[in-house]
Design a protein around this ligand. Structure first.
Ligand code: ADP
Length: 399
């Protein structure tokens, strides 16, 4: 600026030019903009906005004294105002406040104000986008991930075929964990014949939803959900094939609002086909699997298949349970071996997986299942309950 022009500047302008009030970038800011005007000068502003108000502000310019003065005065006047008020500021206000800025330098004010207002505009747009993202419904995949992230351990109970006591083991494992004080969920993922609700006396109890999803039913400290109960008609499950089945199982599992859990026990569909595969793929980081079998030799083939299935899916086998191994006389309590057995134990040794133990046929186990009571809780004094407790002990200490 030439000497004459400098002479024309008012004291206010000179003061702001020599000692700008808000000079330099801020350490903490959440709005920023840089703008180069037609004159070639660049203005840059940093704003700290809290609760919709500009609480601090800094700027720099590579321009002349009038640019520095205009930037400083604009910043001084914007600080403390709400973002909306800054957006409505008029260049005339700043011009008057500077009191004596030569007319030919008015564009400096315009450049400063436009830069601050643009910083506010960018800030408002980012806030809008953030809000929109937060209210956007999560995808099924994201919801599933979020829900599963709240569950510390997941154990699936498998069997090579139906009727060997898989659901009985799943229910009693869940109940043993709940009795130990853990937060437990039990997912009955058999979409064809849900037996868990019957075994826990929840048959006919309607499912409810809140904004977070389908709420598990609660009994004796266990949160229970049965995918079969989420189906409108049992006939639907029969007609689904491979990929469709996977999609439906995934959708159902992602709908269940478990909240935080220490353990989720999954009563898997029997066998090694599409359905257990869908369950494993959906709950993809299982801690491991418990495989239930019976003592007969013919069951051996199924156990081998189940162990290989787990190995292919990288699911650790936590152990094999040999169920219906011997008969407990209801009168004297003696155990009689009625089936030539030991197959479960032999296969476990053969395939180098842990053998958790053998559970006898005990009429009270069947009775408890039919009457909707978990055996380990309501028949806790019986010798079979003690056997189950010992058998589950390694699973109660996953950490
Ligand atoms: P799966 O889930 O393998 O089809 P379940 O757990 O439904 O098998 O058991 C089938 C039937 O056998 C049920 O009526 C159950 O109460 C009964 N049952 C299971 N284990 C025993 C056992 N150890 N003693 C007596 N009955 C049992």
């Amino acid at each position: 600026m030439d000497y004459e022009a400098a002479q024309q500047l008012s004291e206010t302008v000179k003061e702001h030019a020599e000692r700008p009030r808000n000079y330099g970038p801020l350490k903490k800011y959440n709005a920023h903009h840089r703008w180069t005007g037609p004159c070639g000068d660049t203005m840059e502003y940093w704003l700290q906005i809290e609760a919709g108000r500009v609480v601090d502000l800094g700027f720099i310019t590579d321009g002349c004294e009038t640019s520095i003065a205009s930037g400083s005065m604009t910043g001084t006047m914007a600080a403390g105002r709400s973002v909306e008020q800054v957006m409505q500021m008029d260049p005339l206000e700043i011009y008057e406040a500077l009191d004596g800025l030569p007319d030919e330098f008015q564009h400096c004010i315009l450049l400063a104000l436009t830069t601050v207002q643009d910083a506010c505009e960018v800030y408002l747009t980012e806030q809008e986008e953030l809000k929109a993202r937060q209210t956007e419904p999560l995808s099924e995949e994201q919801r599933l991930k979020q829900r599963m992230g709240q569950i510390r351990h997941k154990i699936a109970v498998f069997s090579g075929k139906g009727g060997v006591g898989k659901s009985t083991v799943a229910v009693n494992l869940a109940s043993s964990l709940a009795l130990e004080g853990y937060k437990v969920g039990l997912l009955d993922s058999d979409i064809h014949g849900p037996s868990v609700p019957t075994m826990l006396g929840l048959e006919g109890v309607p499912l409810e939803m809140d904004e977070d999803g389908v709420l598990p039913l609660e009994v004796d400290g266990i949160k229970v959900m049965s995918l079969g109960l989420m189906l409108e008609s049992q006939d639907d499950a029969v007609i689904w094939r491979g990929p469709r089945k996977l999609a439906v199982i995934k959708q159902f599992v992602s709908e269940v609002a478990w909240g935080e859990l220490d353990y989720l026990i999954i009563d898997s569909p029997p066998g090694t086909g599409d359905e257990p595969l869908a369950v494993c793929q959906t709950l993809n980081d299982l801690d491991g699997a418990v495989i239930v079998t019976t003592p007969q030799k013919v069951a051996a083939v199924d156990v081998r298949k189940s162990i290989s299935f787990c190995r292919q899916l990288n699911v650790p086998v936590l152990g094999v349970v040999e169920n219906m191994s011997g008969y407990v006389c209801p009168k004297c309590g003696d155990v009689t071996q009625i089936l030539a057995g030991g197959a479960g134990q032999r296969i476990a040794e053969d395939m180098q997986v842990p053998f958790l133990g053998a559970v006898p046929i005990d009429p009270q186990v069947a009775l408890a299942g039919d009457s909707g009571q978990s055996f380990v809780r309501y028949f806790a004094d019986s010798p079979t309950a003690a056997i189950l407790r010992d058998l589950f002990a390694p699973l109660l200490r996953l950490g």
